[in-house]
Design a protein around this ligand. Structure first.
Ligand SMILES: [Zn+2]
Length: 302
């Protein structure tokens, strides 16, 4: 940031008014002052112009620093889905040169709502709350904080992010601002799309659910974020906002009874700063859906 000097700084060295030795007549102070003022004005104008130019260059440099980060995994047959859900399927309806001489491709897709990078709409775990098409845009767009718990997760892959973890983050970075989008970085995105490592199991069905093992947000911390920090939404780089071993999905319930949506299977959180990212998370707009595929991106820098 370039700071303009205080006005007075330009007038520190007026100079330029001299009387010759032997002059007896008093100088014409009025005309001297006028000359001075004109000269200072011209000098000030040049200095201000230079400062504005430098400010412009600095802003341009910062603007070039700013960039968009894609926080979305590709949706494909490799994408990780919940053990009880079918994976993503893309089938080819047309692909190739037509008889009319132009290329044409079109596909159909079939997917469960809750697979790949996706949003859980509040109605997923709270009756009467927002369906995916009803989530206010304001809850999907805004300033984000990234809470890195990867160190704790390294020690325990079933770690649940606690209120103490959030407080420790706040000690370093200041209070989580009201109406933030809170993104939890466990480091599990590095295992994507290897279900065995990412989910803790490659098994499908109820056997797979029983063997799930990955970190998540504790119910207490979810309640704290909603009630004490009034967050817009929350995201995590695992398959579920609740940890894999959860039986009652208490973090989902705590968030969603307050109409707070959750983004799951978020990618590339290691590329975001702890504060200062701006997130846009726009899901597919299925009327009456409980969630769906999400394109989530973040702008970092100025
Ligand atoms: Zn989900």
């Amino acid at each position: 940031m370039v700071r303009l000097p205080r006005n007075g700084a330009f007038f520190a060295q007026p100079g330029g008014i001299k009387l010759r030795r032997g002059d007896t007549a008093k100088p014409d102070l009025h005309s001297l002052r006028t000359t001075q003022t004109t000269r200072f004005k011209r000098r000030d104008a040049m200095r201000i112009a230079l400062l504005l130019l430098l400010t412009g260059i600095a802003n341009l440099a910062q603007a070039q620093d700013a960039r968009w980060i894609d926080l979305t995994h590709d949706l494909s047959s490799e994408a990780v889905f919940w053990p009880t859900a079918e994976g993503f399927q893309l089938t080819t309806d047309a692909e190739g040169m037509t008889d009319a001489g132009y290329y044409y491709s079109a596909y159909s897709f079939c997917t469960a709502e809750h697979g790949g990078t996706h949003v859980d709409a509040p109605v997923h775990f709270a009756e009467g709350k927002h369906h995916v098409n009803e989530i206010p845009l304001d809850q999907l767009i805004g300033d984000a904080v990234v809470i890195d718990v990867s160190a704790m997760v390294n020690d325990n892959r079933n770690h649940q992010v606690s209120v103490a973890d959030l407080s420790a983050w706040e000690q370093k970075h200041g209070a989580i601002p009201t109406h933030s989008i809170v993104l939890l970085r466990t480091g599990f995105a590095q295992y994507w799309p290897d279900a065995e490592r990412y989910l803790g199991t490659a098994l499908k069905g109820s056997e797979g659910v029983a063997a799930l093992s990955f970190p998540g947000l504790s119910a207490e911390a979810a309640t704290w974020l909603v009630e004490q920090r009034h967050i817009k939404s929350v995201g995590i780089d695992t398959a579920s906002i609740d940890y894999g071993k959860s039986k009652n999905y208490a973090a989902h319930v705590a968030l969603m009874t307050h109409n707070v949506p959750a983004f799951e299977n978020v990618a590339n959180l290691d590329q975001l700063p702890a504060t200062g990212a701006y997130v846009i998370a726009l899901p597919i707009k299925i009327r009456g859906g409980s969630g769906g595929p999400l394109r989530i991106i973040a702008r970092v820098g100025q």
